[in-house]
Design a protein around this ligand. Structure first.
Ligand code: SAH
Length: 230
């Protein structure tokens, strides 16, 4: 059975977008994964299909209604659906490669894209939505965040990447950033490729790559080296 992604959004026309091209698009065409995009507004209330209302307690903006969103979630993910349900949210747990890999090994995912000021807290609790963030900045909606998450997940679905190995040495897979890459020409604008890489000594190459990965990680992302603070 292929990986099933369901996305709940007020902008279904944004999908598949970039997910329909390149690696993810080819994988979709092969049937390695399916994308089912649902319009939250189909569950909106009244003649105007309202999905949002003013925040309790006052303040700016609008809030996605719990009842509307719950109906949309229940239609996309009926009882017995064992896929995790995520809500894209700047308040969520930062998305990391370990979780991406875990999702890719599972049956699929249900992703709710927020809009406006966010969603009524009660639906997060009642439908056990796991909040996930793509970074410490605020997007105008969850769609681009959902695409980032799905792009990262789809490439790790078994069979999707041509070279099975290339997923494993990448940044974050071993708590390190990846080593630098080089290709032909051997000499470019007076810069040459590090001699070890053309030496044919595979042990030395592996040691150099490991050393560079450690150096880059210590320089750029000391937080990955030190034990993460809870
Ligand atoms: N008022 C909210 C931000 C709402 S942004 C706050 O201050 O926390 C509108 C929607 O965009 C959110 O509901 C969420 O679905 C999405 N979004 C914005 N930034 C995001 C991020 N960094 N990661 C994941 N989703 C994000």
């Amino acid at each position: 059975m292929s990986f099933r992604a369901s996305v709940l959004t007020l902008y279904p026309e944004m999908f598949p977008g970039p997910l329909g091209l390149s690696l993810a698009g080819k994988a979709m065409a092969r049937g390695d994964w399916t994308l089912d995009t649902r319009q939250i507004r189909d569950f909106g209330l009244g003649r105007h299909r309202a999905v949002d209302d003013t925040p309790a307690g006052g303040g700016a903006g609008m809030v996605l209604r719990a009842d509307v969103l719950a109906s949309a979630i229940d239609a996309a993910s009926p009882p017995g659906d064992d896929r995790p349900r995520l809500l894209m949210s700047p308040r969520g747990a930062p998305l990391r490669q370990g979780f991406v890999r875990e999702l890719a090994g599972g049956p699929g995912v249900v992703v709710v894209c927020g809009r406006f000021e966010g969603v009524d807290e009660r639906v997060i609790e009642a439908r056990r939505l796991l909040e996930v963030s793509v970074g410490d900045y605020v997007l105008s909606g969850g769609e681009i965040a959902a695409m980032a998450l799905l792009d990262a997940v789809v490439r790790l679905i078994p069979g999707v990447m041509g070279n099975a190995e290339s997923g494993e040495t990448e940044s974050f897979e071993h708590g390190l950033l990846e080593h630098p890459h080089y290709t032909r020409p051997a000499e470019w604008e007076g810069r040459s490729i590090p001699a070890v890489l053309t030496s044919g000594d595979h042990g030395a190459i592996a040691r150099w790559r490991r050393g560079e990965a450690e150096r880059l990680t210590a320089e750029r992302r000391p937080d990955l080296v030190q034990p993460r603070q809870k």
